[in-house]
Design a protein around this ligand. Structure first.
Ligand code: FES
Ligand code: FES
Length: 169
């Protein structure tokens, strides 16, 4: 049975109509038309569907929408505004999160399917670990699968973004 639920996504509160056990991913796609998070395995195994919940990476494919009511969700689309708020500034289009810019500069994506989850996990990592080592990055990214093998480029991009963020850029 559909129920009216309020969820806060990328700084905006939305009223959505969904069953309480509907996966958050479906609500983000079908109600809010946010397509950064991807459907991959649907089993919390690949990371393609990742979003931040109160700043921590979660798998939206297995998270019931009722579990996020009253909490703050950030999707790939909200990373620039999240970074601006962390710096006490405002976002101006076409600003990107330093991770997104580094992904472009290092030319990380190949097919791109996994990259939402990689960026979300990297944002979680850099929020708490300002200058991660290769081993710390590998450990943090361990639960994300890339069938195109972009892992080496991802490490380089995360370290590039960390340097940018350390400069306050
Ligand atoms: S689609 Fe959610 S972890 Fe794979
Ligand atoms: S870039 Fe293709 S799955 Fe990662």
């Amino acid at each position: 049975m559909a129920t009216s639920i309020k969820i806060k996504v990328n700084g905006l509160t939305h009223g959505v109509s969904a069953s309480l056990d509907t996966p958050l991913l479906y609500v983000l796609h079908n109600e809010l038309h946010l397509h950064g998070p991807r459907f991959g395995c649907g089993l919390a195994q690949c990371g393609a569907c990742s979003v931040l919940l109160d700043g921590k990476e979660i798998r939206s494919c297995v998270t019931p929408v009722a579990a996020v009511s009253g909490k703050t969700i950030t999707t790939l689309e909200g990373l620039p505004a999240l970074y601006a708020s962390q710096r006490g500034t405002t976002v101006n289009a076409p600003d990107l999160h330093p991770l997104q810019q580094a992904w472009i500069d290092v030319q990380v994506p190949q097919c791109g399917y996994c990259q939402n989850g990689m960026l979300i996990q990297a944002a979680d990592l850099l929020a708490t670990t300002k200058n991660p080592s290769k081993d710390q990055i590998k450990t943090a990214m361990n639960g994300h699968l890339c069938r195109c093998g972009t892992y080496t480029a991802i490490i380089e991009a995360i370290q590039t973004a960390a340097k940018t963020m350390a400069k306050g850029a």
